[in-house]
Design a protein around this ligand. Structure first.
Ligand SMILES: Cc1cc2nc3c(=O)[nH]c(=O)nc-3n(C[C@H](O)[C@H](O)[C@H](O)COP(=O)(O)OP(=O)(O)OC[C@H]3O[C@@H](n4cnc5c(N)ncnc54)[C@H](O)[C@@H]3O)c2cc1C
Length: 403
């Protein structure tokens, strides 16, 4: 079979891989993107990803460069306030509530929330507009051989591709990462997340609310109204068996437990979607790159869904990689570029994975003493205005030393 030449081979067409394909394709690089699982682009279809993603402020710039933001903006719900509620007392009711308002640090909201199935629909449509991008759904990465000047990739349909750079966006069990022998450090919490959408009578006023009690946070993130009713996406983290039990409850019993766990945030919650269950881990790769290969997104790092860090870290990976590629177009994927990518991103990834791990452990806390400590911690962090602002800026992606 003929060997095809391209600038970039992207393994993985999840939200991260599709964004990378749009970003590099828009910048004029020739891209082949492969994924054995064709993207599900309709909300009601089997296998649709019904989670939502909160894109934080810095993500918008990359989405713009990828020609995606104008497509996504009409469906995005702004996030103006991040509310932290500690409901860790004897009964499930708020005992500490603190609002972090984006207006304290900028004119724009913290970010925008979008449905994952809709992201896939708009991203695939964008790739269709780019003659630089060849998106092959139903075909996967199989193996690779690298040399100093190129990577030779074999795909699952037997096709062979010669690329200057391979981007691994093929998820937490990344086949490309395995192929190049990069190890990971994994932390398991015995925790799962139940995700679903709810409607409620009280408006959300663009406030995202994290309610901490035990087992992990219960997070309500604003969505656009559904059939004229205020609507929110929920990520409910719990110990594994408890999460499985919740997912199997009948609707009325589930709604009653969700309303109680929300500590009365918006009054009674009405289930407005299917429920899905996701395993929760932390993981980071020992390196972000190998010869002719860059790891991005969950191939490089996985964090529990707290503070909307996951995909936003991934977009920071891609921004860094794209900037490096544009600085020295002719040397795309060479050792200098990939060493610089590792050096710029890895310390930041290590720091963020550790930070989110600590937040998750604080939220899991079961004993009354640890829960009291957490409540005091939230109050203390909040009461010092400069610290509060620094935390907000870091949450958005600023590095510690810049703030
Ligand atoms: C409950 C929950 C809520 C979240 N909420 C947020 C949020 O609000 N904000 C945020 O920033 N992040 C959030 N995240 C994290 C975010 O969802 C992930 O970072 C993101 O979905 C990971 O995307 P990915 O493309 O790296 O991986 P995946 O979505 O796993 O995509 C990997 C792709 O690789 C493909 N693949 C597998 N094998 C091969 C192969 N051999 N060849 C080619 N392709 C292959 C798979 O088919 C898949 O499509 C959340 C995560 C969870 C679990």
């Amino acid at each position: 079979m003929d060997r095809q030449d391209t600038d970039i081979l992207i393994s993985g067409g999840g939200v991260a891989g599709l964004t990378a394909a749009a970003a590099f394709g828009s910048a004029g690089f020739r891209v082949i993107c492969v994924d054995p699982a064709p993207p599900v682009t309709e909300e009601g279809a089997a296998g649709a990803d019904l989670r939502t993603t909160a894109f934080l402020q810095p993500a918008r710039d990359l989405l713009d460069r990828a020609g995606l933001w104008d497509r996504l903006a009409p469906f995005a719900a702004p996030l103006q306030v991040m509310r932290i509620v500690d409901a860790g007392g004897e009964v499930s009711e708020p005992r500490v509530t603190r609002d972090f308002n984006a207006a304290d640090i900028s004119d724009a909201p913290f970010g925008w929330n979008l449905s994952n199935w809709l992201l896939r629909r708009e991203m695939v449509a964008r790739l269709g507009e780019l003659d630089t991008v060849d998106f092959r759904a139903g075909v996967g990465f199989k193996s690779l051989l690298t040399r100093e000047g190129e990577a030779l990739v074999t795909l699952s349909d037997g096709a062979q591709v010669r690329a200057r750079l391979v981007i691994a966006a093929d998820g937490r069990d990344s086949p490309v990462r395995h192929a190049v022998g990069i190890d990971v450090k994994t932390t398991r919490y015995g925790q799962k997340a139940v995700t679903f959408a709810v409607t409620h009578d009280a408006p959300h006023d663009n406030v995202s609310t994290e309610v901490h009690r035990t087992g992990g946070p219960f997070t309500l993130v604003p969505l656009p109204d559904l059939d004229g009713k205020p609507c929110s996406a929920v990520v409910w983290m719990e110990h594994g068996p408890a999460a499985q039990r919740l997912a199997a409850l009948d609707t009325a019993a589930f709604e009653a437990e969700a309303t109680a766990r929300s500590a009365g945030t918006y009054g009674p919650l009405t289930l407005a979607s299917r429920r899905m269950v996701w395993p929760i881990i932390s993981q980071r790769a020992d390196r972000m790159s190998a010869e002719r290969v860059a790891l991005v997104a969950e191939a490089a790092h996985v964090v529990p869904p707290i503070g909307a860090q996951g995909l936003n870290m991934s977009l920071a990976d891609m921004t860094c990689l794209l900037d490096l590629a544009l600085e020295r177009r002719a040397d795309l994927g060479d050792r200098k570029m990939l060493d610089a990518y590792h050096a710029r991103r890895h310390p930041e990834v290590v720091l963020r994975v550790k930070g989110v791990d600590a937040l998750n452990r604080a939220s899991i806390a079961g004993s009354p003493m640890l829960r009291d400590l957490r409540a005091k911690g939230i109050e203390a962090l909040y009461s010092v205005a400069p610290l509060r602002k620094t935390l907000m800026q870091m949450g958005l992606g600023a590095k510690g030393h810049n703030t």
